[in-house]
Design a protein around this ligand. Structure first.
Ligand SMILES: Cc1ncc(COP(=O)(O)O)c(C=O)c1O
Length: 387
């Protein structure tokens, strides 16, 4: 197994805690421990008397119950808790795939969704959204990518980095295709619950398809990345049992304090998500105004869900632009090249409270520099390629 460096995470390792203004974070505003404990009566007392021994390897029953409440059909027995979404991705790929299996991954993608499969020796094809069409995915394109060896199709809605969210009919059609063809849907739903209009929330793949695997986490919608708690939800007993056994070689079980805190958060999931959606609404209004004022430099499309989007820089190159911005103004954006994307786009994140403050600094930087004088990019570069 040979894993290539995770470009985005290496970039964050370099800048996340030194750049003063993060305008590309994908998580929502976090909260202090005392504020989380205040959600439940006597939680502080219970937290202080928590025993710090090993925990149940599949996850604390109360936590699994609270996670199951986010789904329609999924019950606590279908939830397997992991150390963040990242461990769950790693473990899923290892149990679902063998060398020479074929995997199709929604692109551009959060790198581990393709990289882990590739490191196992699986063949990975990119099912790329169309940048000229709001990064929409086309099922007809998926049909052309499918082979008899296709074991898994990976999707991510709401999508990191583009914010793309299809309608429910799309997910049902994908589910029907999975039944027909026999592939497993691995549905990364870590931004689920951040729909600006709740009627746009997609059903969870694990609710509508009994072999699909839905991925959830505390980091994004709930702003609690430091807990390192994620989970898979699936009615696929084969995958569930294999993942439970595989976990004995990665983390065995989860951190007791984190499980306790994640349970309180999920028992108050609506309140926390609503707070974060209010922050996102306000930030998107500021972003709309910012991008209208700089329409000559950026192409912006307001997303319907999630905490990230992928505007395009119309002039100059995105790598040089992002480097200059962090060096001169301390503002961090993620160049799309970290996603192996050639459309001159960058990831902007708007789940945190300080976005309006950062945008006014960004505005001041643009007024001082001559980026507006750079030649305009001629066209999209959206060749279809394997990842
Ligand atoms: C689409 C997607 N999946 C999985 C993850 C991993 O989440 P975590 O860091 O909470 O494990 C991320 C994190 O950015 C993500 O954006």
């Amino acid at each position: 197994m040979k894993l290539e460096p995770f470009r985005l995470e290496r970039f964050f390792a370099q800048h996340e805690f030194s750049a003063p203004y993060l305008l590309c974070a994908s998580d929502c505003e976090s909260m202090a421990l005392k504020d989380l404990l205040a959600f439940a009566p006597s939680a502080q007392e219970r937290f202080l008397s928590l025993r710090l021994g090993y925990t149940e390897s599949s996850g604390d029953p109360a936590l699994r119950q609270a996670a199951a409440a986010l789904y329609e059909i999924i019950s606590a027995d279908h939830v397997l808790v992991h150390a963040g979404a990242e461990e769950a991705i790693f473990n899923f790929m290892h149990v679902a795939l063998n060398a020479r299996d074929h995997v199709i991954v929604h692109g551009p993608c959060y790198q581990s969704l393709a990289e882990v499969a590739q490191s196992i020796g699986a063949e990975v094809s990119e099912w790329r959204g169309d940048p000229a069409c709001g990064w929409k995915l086309d099922l007809e394109v998926l049909r052309t990518l499918l082979t008899p060896r296709t074991k898994v199709v990976v999707v991510n809605f709401p999508h990191n980095p583009t914010g793309f969210l299809p309608g429910p009919e799309f997910l049902h059609a994908l589910s029907a295709l999975s039944e027909q063809h026999g592939f497993i849907i691995f549905s990364d739903e870590v931004y689920r619950g951040l729909e600006l209009d709740p009627s746009n929330r997609l059903p969870a793949a694990a609710d509508i398809n009994d072999r699909a695997v839905s991925l959830g986490v505390m980091s994004k919608t709930f702003g609690l990345a430091g807990l390192r708690i994620g989970w898979v939800a699936t009615r696929n007993a084969h995958i569930y049992n294999d993942m439970a056994a595989f976990k004995d070689y990665t983390t065995i079980c989860n951190s007791a304090p984190s499980e306790f805190l994640a349970t309180i958060a999920l028992q108050n999931a609506d309140k926390i998500a609503q707070r974060n959606i209010r922050i996102i609404h306000n930030n998107l209004d500021h972003l709309d105004r910012f991008f209208i004022n700089h329409a000559d430099l950026f192409q912006w499309c307001r997303p319907k869900a999630g905490s990230v989007a992928f505007p395009v820089l119309r002039k100059g190159t995105v790598d040089a632009f992002c480097t200059d911005l962090v060096e001169k103004a301390g503002i961090l954006l993620l160049p799309g090249t970290l996603y192996n994307d050639g459309s001159n786009a960058f990831r902007v994140g708007f789940g945190r409270k300080n976005v309006p403050e950062i945008l006014s600094k960004f505005d001041a930087y643009l007024k001082k520099t001559n980026f507006g004088a750079l030649p305009r990019k001629k066209s999209w570069n959206h060749e279809n390629r394997n990842i």
